[in-house]
Design a protein around this ligand. Structure first.
Ligand SMILES: [Zn+2]
Length: 97
């Protein structure tokens, strides 16, 4: 039973992270404060956005059955206007391949 509760709280935490990430994309906020290449602070312009589909385990709140849920998130590519380095701002819940 404890595993079921953990799975439910884990999937709801993930959904909160998804919402937080999407609101950061809407607000054009980058999660990094310095450029990964030249380490200059907050000198980014948004280059483009692409969609990425993710799958995660979600627990049905009524039946408590785990199932695979799909969600599409947007990944933003940022460009440093000092060194021209381009990078993707991957959220913590999704690591680069
Ligand atoms: Zn840079």
């Amino acid at each position: 039973m404890k595993a079921d509760i953990d799975a439910a709280s884990c999937s709801s935490k993930l959904e909160l992270l998804f919402q937080s990430h999407e609101s950061n994309v809407d607000a054009a906020k980058c999660s990094k404060s310095v450029c990964p290449a030249c380490h200059a602070a907050t000198c980014f312009t948004r280059k483009d956005i692409r969609r990425r589909n993710l799958r995660y385990l979600r627990q049905n709140p009524v039946t408590s059955i785990l199932h695979v849920a799909k969600i599409a998130i947007r990944l933003v590519r940022w460009k440093c206007f000092l060194c021209k380095y381009t990078f993707t701002d991957y959220p913590d819940f999704r690591t680069p391949l």
